[in-house]
Design a protein around this ligand. Structure first.
Ligand code: MEV
Length: 309
């Protein structure tokens, strides 16, 4: 008699920063997104009860869903159902901060979906697309996710994304030197997206003009990126921040971080992600990268660098 432990299957996926286009992308406009070097790693194995270990939180899925089920458990249930997987025990490790606009939940969803499809494939079962399962996971947290975060988590690199379409890979003519700072803990993406939707119902003309303005910046940014005009790309990012301020999703701390990056020589700076807190992003030239890093670090901000080519 053998007593072998069930085989472990692994999946990983990356976090993201949005260069331009957050919030407008929810309403069908394009966004430009860059995958980070880190994200989430998942391990799964067949089990008698479905269970998700997320950091220190353990979510055990009962046979019948209850109203008291937490979002992570509901999201895991939705992911397993979309993949047609039975009971699976999963464990996730996160390499980026959660709730900071860096696409942590999408990275977890894609990493889990990849690991579970690996398990299904080993059993000779059909392996449905990772994207649909990751979006089912993501929608439990975000309600009306455009899919930009899950696309970045799945494909990495630099992408042009529009809701409902396959993402297009972009090739920057010159590598993008980016600096990211964790400015403050973020608000929930669901709450920020709902806030924009409520303001849009109350003031449709003003909000639609802002969303159209963001879409126009994205349309101008894509050719800048492809011909290596980073001066203009940076200016477009800063203009995008100003429109996000008017949309009501920035905070005084994010505005201060953007201003100090620009004063330190960044080509452009903005909040990245849903806002209400979270991270600021700066496009820099090699020469001013250390200035921006020093400015942000001396204000106590945790920073990362990312080179995208
Ligand atoms: C969040 O990273 C980006 C938002 O546009 C929401 C979404 O597109 O799902 C705020």
């Amino acid at each position: 008699m053998t007593n072998a432990l069930p085989q472990v299957y692994r999946g990983s996926a990356v976090g993201k920063v949005i260069l331009l286009g957050e919030h407008a992308v929810v309403y069908g406009s394009r966004a430009i997104v860059v995958g980070l070097d880190r994200g989430a790693e998942a391990e799964v194995r067949a089990a008698s009860v479905a269970e998700l270990l997320l950091g220190a939180e353990r979510h055990r899925l009962e046979q019948t869903p209850s109203a008291a089920e937490l979002p992570a458990a509901r999201a895991f249930r939705a992911l397993l159902a979309t993949l047609g997987a039975g009971n699976v025990a999963a464990q996730v490790r996160l390499g980026i901060p959660a709730g900071a606009g860096l696409g942590a939940s999408a990275a977890i969803g894609v990493a889990l979906a990849r690991a579970v499809t690996g398990l299904l494939g080993a059993r000779g079962l059909p392996q449905p697309a990772v994207a649909g399962a990751a979006l089912a996971w993501e929608n439990v947290f975000h309600g009306n996710a455009s899919g930009v975060d899950t696309a970045a988590a799945e494909h990495a690199g630099c992408l042009s994304f529009r809701r409902g379409e396959l993402p297009q890979k972009l090739s920057p003519a010159r590598p993008l030197e980016l600096v990211v700072a964790l400015v403050e803990s973020g608000a929930s993406t669901r709450r920020m997206v709902e806030g924009v939707a409520q303001r849009r119902s109350a003031e449709p003309a003003r909000m639609d003009a802002l969303l159209d303005g963001i879409a126009a910046l994205v349309a101008r940014a894509q050719p800048c990126l492809e011909r290596g005009d980073q001066l203009e790309l940076g200016q477009l990012m800063t203009q995008n921040h100003e429109l996000l301020v008017q949309l009501g999703v920035s905070t005084p701390k994010l505005d201060r971080a953007v201003r100090s990056a620009l004063d330190s020589g960044a080509l452009g700076a903005k909040l990245t992600g849903a806002g209400g807190g979270g991270c600021a992003l700066a496009l820099v030239e090699k020469g001013c990268r250390s200035n921006v890093l020093q400015t942000w670090r001396s204000s106590g901000l945790e920073c990362w660098e990312k080179r995208a080519d």
